[in-house]
Structure formats: C-alpha cells, structure tokens
Design a binder for this molecule. Sequence first.
Ligand SMILES: [Zn+2]
Ligand SMILES: [Zn+2]
Length: 301
Amino acid sequence: MGVTAAIPDEWSPTQLSGDRSRGHFRVVGPRGHQFDVRWEQTPTSLTVERALDRYLAELGKLARRRKLSLMVKRRVRALEGSRRDPSLQTYTWQADQTAVGAAWRCDVCGRLVIAEVVGDPSTLELPARALIAGVTDHPEGGWTVWALYGLVAPAPDSFRLERQSLMTGHQQFTLSNGAEKILVDRWGLADLVLRSTTLPDWFRDREGTRFAPFRARVTPAEHYGHTAFRWDGELPIAGRLSRGVKALTRLQQPMTRISGLLWHCPNSNRIYAVFGEHRGNACNVFDVADRMRCHPQGAAA
Ligand SMILES: [Zn+2]
Ligand SMILES: [Zn+2]
C-alpha cells in the first residue's frame, strides 16, 4: 500500500486496513502507547489545514457523544521539523486520553497523512517525534517496503497485500499483483526447531500441503551468507488441468510454477521463506528474497 513506518521492535501492529489510496494502520507500544497512521489520496484543493480541521471536528463529535470535551491545540513544538514535508502541521488533543500528532501532504505521491500517538502525556512527545519521522508515505524506486512486526519485505509496486498473519512464532505476508503471488514467511526459535531435523525436511513437514500439487526440485543455495535452499516446482499435467479449470472460471491463466528460497539466519535465530507462484518467470520471487535483510548489516557471521 506504499505507506510504511519504522517501528521499534517492542511495538506490535494490531490493525491494518485499506489500500494505496486510503487506509489506516495501528501499532501498540509497550507502555500502552498507540500509534495510528491514516492516509488518503485527496484532491490537492483540500489543504492539510482543512483536512486536519475536519479530522479534529470529527473527534470532537465523537467526544461529545461520550459527554467528554475535546481540547485541541495546533502546533506542538516538540514535533515541529519532525518531517521535511513543507505542509507539515502538528497538533495535540486531549479528552479522556491525550494525543500528539502531525498531518502532511506528500509532494511526491500527493497522499495526505495523519499520524498520531495516543498515551501517557508525560512520555508522549519523544516516541511521537521518532514514529512520525519514520513514516514513509510512498515507495522508493518502484518498490514498496512491507514492514510489520519486524518482518521487512520489499516487493515491486505492482504487488498488494492480500493477507497477513502475525503470530508470535510465525509471521506471514501474502502479496499479489493479480497474476503472481508471493508469500513471505518468518519463524522464530530456529535453533529449537532445527535441533533434530534439517531445514528442508522441517519445511516440507510443516508447509508441504501449501505446495502439494507442485513437484519441486530442491537445490542448495546461499543467501546473505547463510545456508539456503532454492525450490523450483512445476505442476504435473493432471494438476495443471484441474487448476486450469478453476482458473478459467475466473478468466485467468493458471499459475503453473512455484519458486522460492528458504534459509536459516543464525544471527537472528530465525527461518525465512520467500515463495512465489507464477507462470514461468520467477524474477519477482528472487528479487524480493535478494532485498530481504534477515539480520542487521555489519553483524554478519
Ligand atoms: Zn509520498
Ligand atoms: Zn541473517
């Protein structure tokens, strides 16, 4: 969706909705702080100031309905200059909770973004400044960086988030561009998981059904200095027919091939997999894997 944020590790995403033109995500911090980012592609005739007026008026209405009064102040010194966007406006509101936030319109992508942190007023401004500064409202160089729960996966712009699953031990994104699908997975506690099995065996046991119709060839590879395994699979003719029939009913060509990379990062004690379904061109799959950094640079084993 093109809007991402740099979130400290101990913060967790709890909500994500929308698409490129309009959406919202929320992450929750360790001390009960909550960070909300909303974006919308709006006509440039709507100034940031007026958009912010509307947003705050809406909050005022909600507060009144709950018999609360909403105090609003524009311009928060601690947030001034937190972004280079010339349209930046900062604000704070207070009802039963307190928030500090900023709104801006990006000159490049035209999106209007409102980002705010709600929480204990005495510890709000410092994290708010860093969080607001870390919001990226458009992808750079034709790639969108998907980042949730510390799992960072850059993908070509044409891909959209189709599904996400975020559990403590396993995080997954499913990205799709309509024709191809890319699944990005991360598992924790790799040392435990791999104590009595090999990486490809563990993966087959765990995720075999996901790729069941594909006949795969597994070859050793390397990724970012780690031992990795490359998978290349094709649908057998029979499977191709049944998938073909299903796909035809949706007026699509079936995806007949699978490619992927599976690797173990001992530095972060994690297992990563990037797999794609496609019709013969696996470029996107390996491009995504190539751009994924499983552990901080400079700390390579
Ligand atoms: Zn932008
Ligand atoms: Zn690594």
